[in-house]
Design a protein around this ligand. Structure first.
Ligand SMILES: NC(=O)c1ccc[n+]([C@@H]2O[C@H](COP(=O)([O-])OP(=O)(O)OC[C@H]3O[C@@H](n4cnc5c(N)ncnc54)[C@H](OP(=O)(O)O)[C@@H]3O)[C@@H](O)[C@H]2O)c1
Length: 251
């Protein structure tokens, strides 16, 4: 049975991805940053699928110095739960957003966006890909904002663009091991993003929904299905791609 690691599995797209993996019989190690309780609830939900096991671990992508400890925790769970030393799939999904106009931007904001969405996932992947099975698969979560220019998202959008480009480079470097590396670019999605901005401000949804040809914003499950499909053998001949999953946002 396959094992996937999903970062940011306590909420939104990562949670939906972890649940979808479970439904398809894939075991999951999911990570949380602030919401341990939500991550534990996801674990329970996944384990309702017969024979599927899940485990939640704390991971703060901004604290690279803690990755050694995280790797030890992952290796221990692999051994204790599945009697394995390797895993099969990685979903680099954990991330943060939130607008800040360039003219007012602080270094603290810049570093938070950089470390969570770009530097953290890169060094995490570096540390764990060594014990990923050959012919495994990685999916990175980028963003449709990488091709747009909404005021306030200059750093977020440009770092997601960098993450997308990194996907292509890494796809080539890992190809000798038959590992595929792809990305999805979500459009606006009703997750817990921005500390639950869509729940706190439902009025933000309508204008974004009107920008999609289907008249709604995305749900985490819309992203999860594509992420899990990209991991699967159905996409065995696809690598280095970044697929926009936005219901035709701004088409
Ligand atoms: N929602 C959108 O409209 C949208 C659009 C384009 C791209 N995306 C991307 O989709 C990905 C998932 O976001 P989402 O929409 O599902 O948002 P979300 O519901 O807020 O989920 C974000 C996840 O990332 C985790 N996370 C936050 N800070 C972290 C850190 N420092 N270290 C490790 N994990 C951290 C969160 O953990 P805790 O909740 O436990 O803190 C949570 O599980 C992100 O990469 C985001 O940039 C989202």
């Amino acid at each position: 049975m396959k094992i996937a690691i999903v970062t940011g599995g306590s909420n939104g797209i990562g949670k939906a991805t972890a649940l979808e993996l479970g439904k398809r019989g894939i075991n999951v190690i999911l990570t949380y940053n602030s919401y341990k309780d939500r991550a534990e609830a996801v674990v329970k939900e996944i384990e309702k699928n017969k024979g599927v096991r899940a485990f939640a671990l704390k991971l703060d992508l901004t604290r690279i110095s803690t990755f050694d400890g995280f790797v030890l925790d992952v290796k221990k769970s692999l051994q204790d739960i599945w009697n394995r030393t390797t895993f099969d799939y990685l979903v680099n999904n954990g991330g943060v957003g939130g607008p800040m106009m360039f003219t007012e931007m602080s270094e603290e904001y810049f570093d938070k966006i950089l470390n969570t969405n770009y530097k953290g996932p890169i060094f995490l992947t570096q540390q764990i890909v060594g014990f990923m099975e050959d012919a495994g698969a990685i999916v990175n979560t980028t963003s449709s904002s990488k091709n747009q220019s909404f005021p306030g998202y200059s750093v977020y959008g440009s770092l997601k663009a960098a993450f997308s480009t990194w996907t292509r480079y890494i796809a080539k470097e890992l190809a000798p091991r038959q590992i595929r590396v792809n990305a999805v670019s979500p459009g606006p999605t009703h997750s817990n993003f921005g500390d639950g901005v869509f729940d706190k401000h439902p009025e933000f949804i309508k204008p974004l929904a009107e920008q999609s040809v289907f008249g709604r914003i995305g749900q985490p499950e819309d992203m999860a299905k594509v992420i899990v499909s990209l991991l699967s053998d159905d996409f065995g001949w696809v690598t280095a791609q970044d697929i926009e999953v936005s219901g035709g946002h701004l088409l």
